[in-house]
Design a protein around this ligand. Sequence first.
Ligand code: NAD
Length: 338
Amino acid sequence: MVQLGIIGVGRIGKVHIQGILSGVPGTHIRGIAAPHITEEIQTLARSAGAEVLTEDFRVLLRDPHIDAVLICSPTDTHADISVEALRAGKHVFCEKPVDLGLVKIQTVIDEVAVSGLKYQVGFNRRFDHNYQALHRAVTSGKIGQVQIIKICSRDSEPPTPKFVPSSGGLFLDMTVHDLDMVRFLSGSEVEEVYAAGSVLVDEAIGRAGDVDTAAVVLRLENGALGLIDNSRRAVYGYDQRAEVFGALGCVSIGNDAPSTAVLSTADGVTSEKPLWFFLERYLSAFQEEVRQFIDAVANDYPVPVGVEDARKATLLAMACTRSARERRPVRMDEFYDM
Ligand SMILES: NC(=O)c1ccc[n+]([C@@H]2O[C@H](COP(=O)([O-])OP(=O)(O)OC[C@H]3O[C@@H](n4cnc5c(N)ncnc54)[C@H](O)[C@@H]3O)[C@@H](O)[C@H]2O)c1
């Protein structure tokens, strides 16, 4: 039984606690840390049977019964807590991003190497049933040599403009998932990116220095091309589609909806809108990534997504940010000395 500590109980922390309680075998939530313990957190801790509820995450790091921690606190705390947790001998699952800067990510990479402990990063989409099917179709060779990867990723509603400065901007916060997906699906690194951004959803996001709409073209080292489009607002729900086109065929995934019912009447044909946002859409992916982390810890398997994946996706997001700002293609070798 892997004993877990949960650090941070906001949106994503609650999703992970609920996911673990409803079906991650071989683990027990021993401790929960949150700086402000609300009644809701107390109720969650009780239903998890957690022995420790604390305002200080270091109490969990000092607990000899805890094997691993899930870091679900805000982004700017991830790297420091990761390093402390590894030094305390705990395996770590860290929500994305590990950090918005390469220096701190490198500190974590170094600490992981020294510790020999497991360190997994929360690129949840790799564990989604649709993306898994896409990945299987590609890696089985059914569509032959991959030529084009298209990803459409649009949020249902924009974040508040005050979220913008701490997010690192759309490319580091949102596109980073799609950049990781291009690497995952293609099995190739990226040679060059060309990104464009625009403010079409909320002028306040623009005033805060970010864009809310983006398009990215990627040239991969294996010669394939990638296309990503992002928006912070799709009025019909969370729009998550993808297609991989290859020499022998094409495979695509559509949106998940609450049901597959299609209503046909004299007025037209309608079906349900996509699930509203990431909490609903990726619920089982959040659960599956933790299940695989627990498996890796319990059986000494390699983690499915590591800190080096986080570094590479962050580098790509930085290249997109530079490309959009300077309105030019950016080669990844501009970042080789970083
Ligand atoms: N993988 C995904 O798709 C995904 C989705 C959402 C959020 N995230 C990531 O998860 C992280 C948290 O996002 P969120 O939306 O849950 O934010 P949130 O603000 O809802 O929750 C963060 C929580 O952490 C707590 N916290 C702050 N400092 C802490 C500390 N030192 N120790 C313990 N708890 C602390 C806060 O009180 C808050 O409750 C972010 O890094 C975000 O990028 C990932």
